[in-house]
Design a binder for this molecule. Structure first.
Ligand code: PEP
Ligand code: MN
Length: 363
């Protein structure tokens, strides 16, 4: 059920409707949009009695949502969600994911040492990335493979943020690591293998930081959106979806990057979606071409693995770009973004762009 407020409804009226929903024993989720606020209702087993809500001041209509996902749907919030991040350090400006300009996340698969993280961060920051990726907790197929440095890796990434002005994206694999990631990082990554770990999704829904949700290796579009719905239903509305390839019969790549899911998601959901061409292909020589394609198809950003010495990387060296290759990727991606009247955010430029958009929204 969805309560659509009138365009001129006051905050008090929205609050009163939320209180009424709570009094009925359900949970309200107010989603302010450019035109109007909609209030999603969760926690109901069957149909909510609409009558008492329909008559409240400021309410335009109460509609039944027939899709299994409610809060992630464009029916609830027609305009795309823009997630805003405060500046990483005193020398950078705030950045966004989901706005006009693309967000670029780059870094190694795993944090191996302070020297390794710093060497890579220096190069990806210089090339124009705004976010640094790196696993401190690695979900590996083999229990004998490198599992990550744990909290020590998170501390290294916090240093990277201060020193290079990059916001930190890193994966949480269980409750304990999620609490630590929530504390140290700027974005909590939920990996493909955990996309349907429902208790972890709910915990991420109660965390304070935005969540980067990767598509499961065999997840349908609906399963992907339902995973995001789990997070949102707990009250965390800042979610970025990520296509990272699915398993198919094709064996020339590690996974098959399903770029068609980008426009498919954008049609149904207001959440931003980015693409991971590294896990999506598993092959260094395919990362740049698929990055170009991802931007062309309308992705809101990229997450790319970069390593200064991939031959000695402790995980995913084969798909990690050399820093020079990442420089080229950034140049090409900038050109393709321009065709779509988008750019790549530079932390220094972003302030003016946000102001521009706000002015348009007010008009
Ligand atoms: C990763 O980003 O390093 C990772 C493990 O990704 P995925 O969950 O998509 O396999
Ligand atoms: Mn990896």
């Amino acid at each position: 059920m969805l309560v659509v407020m009138q365009a001129q409804a006051t905050e008090e009226q929205v609050r009163a409707v939320c209180q009424k929903i709570e009094a009925l024993g359900y949970r309200p989720h107010a989603m302010p949009g450019a035109q109007r606020t909609a209030i999603g209702i969760t926690g109901n087993k069957g149909e909510v009695e609409a009558g008492s809500l329909e008559e409240m001041p400021g309410v335009q209509e109460v509609i039944r949502v027939s899709k299994p996902y409610k809060l992630v749907s464009r029916d609830t919030k027609p305009d795309t969600t823009i997630i805003k991040f405060a500046a990483a350090n005193a020398h950078t400006q705030p950045v966004t994911i989901g706005g006009r300009d693309l967000a670029i996340i780059a870094g190694p698969c795993g944090i191996e040492s302070r020297d390794q993280a710093f060497a890579i961060a220096e190069r990806v920051a210089r090339a124009g990335a705004q976010f640094f990726r790196g696993g401190a907790y690695k979900p590996r197929t083999s229990p004998y493979s490198f599992q990550g440095l744990g909290e020590e890796g998170l501390k290294i990434m916090a240093e990277v943020r201060d020193r290079f002005g990059l916001l930190i994206v890193t994966e949480a694999v269980d409750y304990e690591s999620l609490d630590l990631v929530d504390q140290y990082a700027d974005v909590i990554q939920i990996g493909a293998r955990n996309m349907q770990n429902f208790s972890l999704l709910k915990r991420a829904g109660r965390a304070h930081k935005p969540v980067l949700l990767k598509r499961g290796i065999a997840a349908t579009l609906e399963e992907f959106l339902m995973a995001a719905e789990y997070i949102m239903s707990e009250g965390n509305y800042n979610i970025v979806l990520c296509e990272r390839g699915v398993r198919t019969f094709a064996d020339h790549t590690r996974n098959t990057l399903d770029l068609s899911i980008v426009p498919a998601v954008q049609r149904l959901s207001h959440l931003p979606i980015i693409v991971d061409p590294s896990h999506g292909t598993g092959k260094r020589n395919k990362v740049t071409p698929l990055s170009r394609a991802a931007v062309a198809v309308g992705a809101d950003g990229l997450i790319v693995e970069v390593h200064h010495d991939p031959d000695h990387a402790l995980s995913d060296g084969m798909q990690s770009l050399y820093p020079d290759q990442f420089d080229t990727l950034m140049e090409q991606v900038n050109q393709i973004a321009a065709v779509l009247e988008r750019g790549v955010q530079s932390p220094a430029k972003v302030q003016a762009k946000v102001r521009e958009r706000t002015t348009i929204a007010v008009e």
